[in-house]
Design a protein around this ligand. Sequence first.
Ligand code: SF4
Length: 376
Amino acid sequence: MSKVPLPARLAGYRAAHAAGRPRQLPVNLTVSVTYSCPSRCATCDIWQKKVDDMSVDEYGRTFPTLRKVPVWVTLSGGDQFVRADFDEVVRLVVTLIEPGIVNIPMNGVITERIFDLLPRIAHHTAVGRAQHVLNLSVDEIGAAHDEIRGADRNFEKLKSVAALIHDLKKTYPHVVLGVHTVISKLNVARIPDIEREARVLFRPDSYIAEVAENRVELKTMHKDITPDPRDFRRATAHLSNVIRANRSGHPVARLVESLRLEYYELAARILEEKRQVIDCYAGWASAQLAPDGHVWGCCVRAESMGNVREHGFDFAAVWFGPQADAFRASVKAHACACPLANASYTNLLLDPRSLVRVAANMAGLPQGAPPAARFA
Ligand code: SF4
């Protein structure tokens, strides 16, 4: 089955959203393969959740029902490397969904397993001709990182995993090394230093950050971790300035930078105004498959639209079912708001005004409206 070109697909989501009737499977899919995790992060209690993780065989039955629609697949956890069969899950994603981008966030804790599986995973994504992004989670520098992440010697281990990825990049140029920081009350004042030091120590191809939130998936609804919006804006202003001062000449990298500039502004506005500043397409264009087979519109609400295990492992049967319709209706009615980065990137691509600004930014044109007037 050939892929529908992305612009046509995006137009289809906009039309379906306007009509209130979904017609397409999600273009952006997160597959969370386990809640298990050896880390005890101050910003995440997902490890407390115990479920029966989907098996490789169950993924093998479910993925074909996505009809190769997802272009961007994120494989998340928990810690995916808890699973000795994680490389097989990635292989099935690549062969049965054929996404253009495979994104794997990594905490770098179980180094022995990572050194064993990551070369095989990079091989699978190379065969599948997917861009392969490996994002190392770096929330502080040195011992302060280990404390936030609740994991002994984690920072040192991350350095060895970064060295492994740099080595893999020589054989697999499709691999991209990213550093990802969760901005919380614990580190918001130090983001400029963390960003600068992480760039020197890990030499990533990209540095990204998002805000610590209260998410049902992470069991963090009770935690006081989200930074003050003014502090968050100060932190992302620094990150945006760094992007503007170091624009890439490569068109894809430039597009990603332009999207990120829009994302930082959007996330700050959502934190300040506590509303969907642009329409959210979670449940319309983006989705998550939980480790136990539940399909969610997003991990912030983590509301089940149904479980593939109860629908013959048919993702589409859940996606086009009545529970999913109810979720979509509430999102369209702006019943919730959040700056979740994964969903926001899709939302920006589906917002015409944002797209115009991204295009202008890519072309190096000055941005007309001041920040406060954007996303009006
Ligand atoms: S706004 Fe946030 S919480 Fe609401 S559906 Fe979108 S991603 Fe989920």
